[in-house]
Design a protein around this ligand. Sequence first.
Ligand SMILES: [Zn+2]
Length: 407
Amino acid sequence: MITGESLAARLRDLDEIGVGPEGVRRLAWTEEDAATRAWFERQAAGAGLRVERDPAGNLWACPDLEPPWWGLGSHLDSVRGGGRFDGPLGVACAFEVASGVAPAIEAGEARPVAVVSFADEEGARFNTPTFGSKALAGRLDLPALLSRRDDAGVALGDAMRAAGVDPDGIGEAPRWLQRLAGFVEIHIDQTTELAGAGEPVGIVTSLAARTRLEVVLRGRADHAGTTPRSERRDALAAAARLIVGAEDVSASDPSLTVTTSRILAKPNAPTTIAAEVRLWIDARARGGFDAIDAWRARLDGVAADLAARSRVEIGLSVASRSDAREFSRELRASLARASEDVIGHPAPEVVCFAGHDAGVLAERVPAAMLLVRNETGVSHSPAEDVDLADAAVAARVVEDAVKGAVA
Ligand SMILES: [Zn+2]
């Protein structure tokens, strides 16, 4: 039986890897990443599974039976200063399920299970989120990515080679995915939604649609003291108004979440009016692109107004865009039925506003996600807080669904 204690035992040695006063740091293609691989290999050996590393560096713990298999898992990399659960919780739960269903698989009563740990899910080092799952889905724009550099100037391609993965082979990765009949990811809730509802687990219906805008504001560098107001073309003051405007025009639509998360100013000097500002605005919506596009149209109006008033050129362009991703109805229904067995009622359905490997795989194979209650709602921080008894509930739900789904 899967319990909080059995999960705690699995997670225990991971706590030795890349943990410092600022939290967990296990960036992709580093020594810490390699240390998590050794953990994965020990877990696989314990579950009687054989480890493969696919051409994108994803780790697979495979059964000795013919595919198709159920894929279960998540990721072991982290952001800088992350928490213990974002990623590892899903991998540890996957090993619990794989071990739990082993007797049923041997008896031919359940489909074989493989555990997957995706490479570079967070993208914290090279800004390449869900790298491994995108490689499996055949969705990486490789030449452009491989020359990306980290803060130390190391190119992604070189970092991968140093970690033992030849990036030239990545085009072959989609063949590995063909072995899966479906994929289920268990993940920490990154909100207080489940905690607020008093529910240990939730079934994700879809991932929110997302657009990232890049905005360039061009004014004129000039003296901070001597330039009269009528002659100023202050790109930073206009940027400030645009940031507030972007939020204000989102307020009428509760399905939207808008964040200006990054800003660069030039020349960024204390006594010079800013000549150029670049900023990035992230907009997500529960339904799909309609709400985001309507918001963008209102934002274009704000920008046009502001440009005229401030004599600053403002250009907005789409840096990236991904549509809402609905998870498999069939898998969601089987998770809902399984949750009735485990907690006595169907787990609630939730929409997830973060990107995940399961969302990428959902383009190619039936996929689903189960979230585990997080009392603080905080993630990407040491304040992540999961009661492992709740995670055991999630794993038991998946175990039950995996056993039922083959019949
Ligand atoms: Zn994660």
